[in-house]
Ligand binder design. Structure first.
Ligand code: KG4
Ligand code: ZN
Length: 393
C-alpha cells in the first residue's frame, strides 16, 4: 500500500509517500519520498510564527511540495501530450494532519487532502499530530520499539508522557500545567536575544557555556506532570539580577546588556535544567511502570543533543554495563536492565532520526500505516474538520 501523507500544522509544509503492507505483522513503513519546506527563514525576522503568514505560505507551497513528493518517489508518468504528471494510480490512500495546530495552517493541508481524496477517489485518514511525532520512531530504523512503551512527547505545543500498550492506543500519564518545553526554549531564547526557533539556537549557544553557572529551580509538580512557565520566569529574573536591573525592566531589552559569554552560560544552564526536569519525570514514570520495554522520544525538542547524551548518561549510571550506542542516527541506545524497579526486561531507548524529529509528513504516513493496521476506518472527505486543540486518543 502506498500512502500520500500531508503535514501543515504549524510552519512546515510537507508531503511524503510511504509504502508497506499494514496487514503484515512484520512490515514497517518504508519512505519513498519525504519533502519538507520550512517557513523558518520567514519567521526568523519576526521572532516567531505569525499564523496568517504561515497559512498563506502553506497555500503557496502545498501543491509544489506534493508534486515533488510524487517526483522523488518516481511516481510520475506522462500524459497524452508527453508532459509529466503525478501517477495517482499508484496511491492507495491519503493521510493528513487535521489536529492539533494553527487553525489556518491545518486548514490548508486538510482542505488539500480532502479535495485530492474526492478528486482521485482515495480513502482519507485524518491523523493526530502527536501520534505522528510518536510514530517518527518507526521510521528509518532497523529495529522498532517494543510494547509497553513510554513516549516522552516534547514539542513546541506539548509536553506529555504517554503510555502505549499496543499500536494506536495512547494513555496520557503526565502533562504540562502551562507552557510546553519547546515553547519554554523559544521564550528563553527571546530573553537571551537568540534567533527563532529557540531550541536549536539555545543548543548552539549552550555549547560554549557553563551549565552550572546559574542555578535554576526544578518545579515541584506532583506525579508525572510538568510546569515550564516558572522556569522561563526564573531565567528572566536571573538575567535581570545578573545585569543589575529591576524586575520591571523590559525583557526584550535585556539582550543588549548581556555579554556573549553570559548568553552562553544562561543557555547552557537553562538547557541543562530543562533536560534534568524531563528526565526526572521519565525516571519516575519508569518506576511507576516497571513493565516498560521501550522509551520513545518524540517532537522537536527530541533533537536536542544534551538531552540525548544525558539520557544515555542516566542509563549508564542506572543501567547494565551491556549498554551500547547504536551507530545509525537512531535509536541511539539499547540497554539491558536486569535489576531494580524497572524489572527484568531489556529497555530500549529510541530517538527519532534528527530529520524526523521536527515536523514532516513521513511520520504522518507512518501513523496512518499503524492506524490502518489497527483497523481504523477512513474518514469522510466531505465532512472532515480541523481541530486546533485536541487530546491524543
Ligand atoms: O515538533 P515541532 O517541530 O513542532 C511542534 O509540533 O510544536 O517542535 C518545535 C519545537 C520548537 O519549540 C523548537 O524550539 C524545539 O522544538 N526544538 C528544539 C530543538 N530543535 C527544535 N528544542 C531543543 N533543542 C533542539 N535542538
Ligand atoms: Zn510537531
Amino acid at each position: 500500500m502506498n500512502i500520500l501523507s500531508i503535514e501543515s500544522s504549524c510552519d512546515e509544509t510537507a508531503a511524503a509517500i510511504i509504502s508497506g503492507n499494514p496487514f503484515s505483522k512484520e512490515a514497517h513503513p518504508e519512505i519513498l519520498s519525504n519533502v519538507v519546506v520550512s517557513q523558518i527563514d520567514i519567521f526568523k525576522a519576526y521572532g516567531g510564527v505569525i499564523p496568517e503568514v504561515a497559512a498563506r505560505s502553506h497555500l503557496e507551497a502545498i501543491l509544489p511540495v506534493i508534486h515533488q513528493a510524487f517526483k522523488e518517489a518516481n511516481f510520475t508518468s506522462t500524459d497524452k501530450s508527453g508532459n509529466p504528471k503525478d501517477d495517482w494510480d499508484k496511491i492507495d490512500a491519503i493521510a493528513v494532519t487535521h489536529t492539533p495546530g494553527l487553525l489556518g495552517s491545518l486548514l490548508i493541508g486538510t482542505l488539500t487532502a480532502r479535495t485530492l481524496a474526492i478528486l482521485h477517489n482515495k480513502p482519507l485518514y485524518a491523523v493526530h499530530h502527536l501520534k505522528s511525532h510518536i510514530y517518527s520512531n518507526w521510521l528509518g530504523n532497523e529495529r522498532v520499539p517494543v510494547f509497553p512503551i513510554l513516549a516522552l512527547v516534547i514539542s513546541g505545543g506539548h509536553t506529555q508522557i504517554i503510555r502505549m500498550t499496543e499500536h494506536n492506543h495512547f494513555e496520557i500519564i503526565g502533562t504540562t500545567y502551562d507552557d510546553a518545553v519547546g515553547e519554554c526554549f523559544d521564550k528563553v531564547a527571546k530573553i537571551l536575544g537568540l534567533p527563532y526557533p529557540g531550541g536549536p539556537s539555545i543548543a548552539k549557544a549552550a555549547k560554549n557555556g557553563d551549565p552550572k553557572k546559574y542555578h535554576l529551580p526544578h518545579p515541584q509538580i506532583k506525579d508525572l506532570d510538568f510546569s515550564f512557565s516558572g522556569l522561563k520566569t526564573a531565567v528572566l529574573r536571573a538575567v535581570q539580577k545578573e545585569v543589575g536591573v529591576p524586575i520591571s525592566y523590559p525583557s526584550h531589552q535585556l539582550k543588549d546588556l548581556l555579554s556573549e559569554q553570559q548568553v552562553a552560560d544562561f543557555a547552557a544552564s537553562f538547557e541543562q535544567t530543562a533536560c534534568e526536569i524531563l528526565l526526572e519525570k521519565l525516571e519516575k514514570a519508569l518506576e511507576k511502570y516497571p513493565d516498560t520495554r521501550s522509551i520513545v522520544f518524540a517532537g522537536g525538542v527530541s533533537a536536542n543533543n544534551r538531552l540525548r547524551k544525558k539520557c544515555l548518561g542516566l542509563l549508564a549510571t542506572t543501567g547494565s554495563p551491556r549498554q551500547r550506542e547504536r551507530t545509525i542516527g537512531s535509536p541511539p541506545v539499547t540497554t539491558g536492565r536486569t535489576t531494580g524497579a524497572r524489572g527484568a526486561n531489556n529497555l530500549n531507548i529510541f530517538f527519532p532520526e534528527p530529520c524526523f524529529s521536527g515536523d514532516n509528513a513521513a511520520m504522518v504516513g507512518a501513523a496512518a500505516f499503524y492506524e490502518i493496521a489497527s483497523g481504523v476506518q477512513p474518514t469522510d472527505p466531505l465532512s472532515l474538520n480541523i481541530l486546533p486543540r485536541s487530546t491524543i486518543k
